[in-house]
Design a protein around this ligand. Structure first.
Ligand SMILES: Cc1cc2nc3c(=O)[nH]c(=O)nc-3n(C[C@H](O)[C@H](O)[C@H](O)COP(=O)(O)O)c2cc1C
Length: 379
């Protein structure tokens, strides 16, 4: 644990502890993965301004995201199948986030259900919605999120159809896992993972199984999921969902100024500048490269968040400096989860918080709420 100093260390550990098909599921982007890579490498191009002899005492990363207090502006992204990186993964990640004081977002495509996570946590979490063709199922999911006390709904807009990730196809990824010799071998070489999975009942999409019409067994679940993402989703549906939910709404997957304007018009509480971690449209620009334009276009109309490629506290500072009120991490917390369960998620958050704090100080700022473009080099 003492040798875990950066997110890359957690990634190395996760690679050793998580069966290949699930590690690859996290560490993959669509097609050539160029957008996945750009999300990370474009952060490195932004340079910070080193300042000296500025009072650096009493620093604070505390701020708000959609009016809710956070100990730092970093939420956990919704990620499908987190419960396959580690047994009961969503519960463990939600507990780690709650103890750290940052939001956890549960995916529609989670292994642990809304009710599982609610029963294991004390504070409200956020719920991410994929809109399915079966609108009764969608209505019911929203009701379940309300009943569980979720304090924001994150509506994902950029997955009406699924981008192709070569690794998943090559690995024959499926949830629950298939039992071909190749898959059994991948699992047997990760004995701790197997023991965890044997000790839990949570091994399938528990938000869906038992809740969607016509889904009685695991094979019907797979075909239902594959068919259900709605390619006709449109802005009127956003209005419908906003009314149905009636609480704080965050629109995820905005990467274009025109879409940002449409999103701001819906009256949503925030938008997330995101390309789904490079998992959908390969060849799209990185999230961080689009942030300044989107801030220029709608920064005075709606709160702006960003995800994609954040691997350090420096990245968080850069996003905040460019106008993001909050950020999200997907893979960094998944690597922590796969590496060491709940302790690994806490470790990922600690690493990012410490890096953000020191970076802020060395840029001559004491409060994250004072961080702006003045901490960046202009050229
Ligand atoms: C393994 C994995 C599963 C994901 N599943 C979902 C999901 O179920 N719903 C969703 O809105 N986004 C999903 N995403 C996208 C993330 O919410 C987020 O946009 C992305 O991971 C941010 O990039 P980062 O991983 O570089 O931090 C997923 C991402 C990963 C890596």
């Amino acid at each position: 644990m003492s040798t875990v100093l950066e997110i890359a260390d957690l990634k190395k550990l996760a690679r050793r502890r998580v069966p290949k098909m699930f590690f690859d599921y996290a560490d993959s982007g669509a097609w050539t993965e160029s957008t996945y890579r750009a999300n990370e490498s474009d952060f490195a191009k932004i340079k910070l301004r080193q300042r000296v002899l500025v009072d650096m005492t009493d620093r604070s990363l505390a701020t708000t995201m959609i009016g809710q207090n956070v100990t730092m502006p970093v939420a956990l992204s919704p990620t499908g199948l987190a419960g396959m990186q580690h047994a009961d993964g969503e519960i463990l990640a939600a507990q780690a986030a709650q103890e750290f004081g940052v939001p956890f977002t549960l995916s529609t495509m989670s292994i642990c259900s809304i009710e599982d996570v609610a029963a294991a946590t004390k504070k409200p979490f956020w719920f991410q919605l994929y809109v399915m063709k079966d609108r009764d199922f969608v209505r019911n999911l929203i009701e379940r999120a309300k009943a569980a006390g979720c304090s924001a709904l994150v509506l994902t807009l950029d997955l009406q159809i699924l981008g192709q990730r070569h690794k998943d196809l090559r690995n024959g990824l499926s949830a629950p896992p298939k039992f071909t010799p190749k898959h059994i071998w991948q699992m047997m070489t990760r004995p701790q993972w197997c023991l965890g999975m044997l000790a839990t009942q949570r091994r399938t999409f528990r938000n869906i199984a038992g809740h969607a019409k016509g889904v009685s067994d695991l094979s019907s679940l797979s075909s239902w999921t594959a068919e259900q993402f709605d390619p006709k989703l449109n802005w009127d549906d956003v209005e419908w969902i906003k009314k149905l939910w009636g609480g704080p709404l965050i629109l995820k997957g905005i990467l274009d100024e025109e879409d940002a304007l449409m999103a701001a018009k819906t009256g949503a509480d925030a938008i997330i500048v995101s390309n789904h971690g490079g998992r959908q449209l390969d060849g799209a620009p990185s999230s961080i490269s689009m942030l300044p334009r989107i801030v220029d276009t709608v920064g005075d109309k709606v709160e702006i968040h960003l995800d994609g490629g954040i691997r350090s506290g420096q990245d968080v500072l850069k996003a905040v400096a460019l106008g993001a009120k909050g950020t999200y991490i997907g893979r960094p917390f998944l690597y922590g989860l796969g590496a060491m369960g709940k302790a690994g998620v806490t470790k990922a958050l600690e690493i990012i918080a410490r890096e953000a704090d020191v970076t802020m100080a060395l840029c001559g700022k004491r409060r994250i709420t004072d961080v702006d473009a003045s901490i960046l080099h202009k050229d």
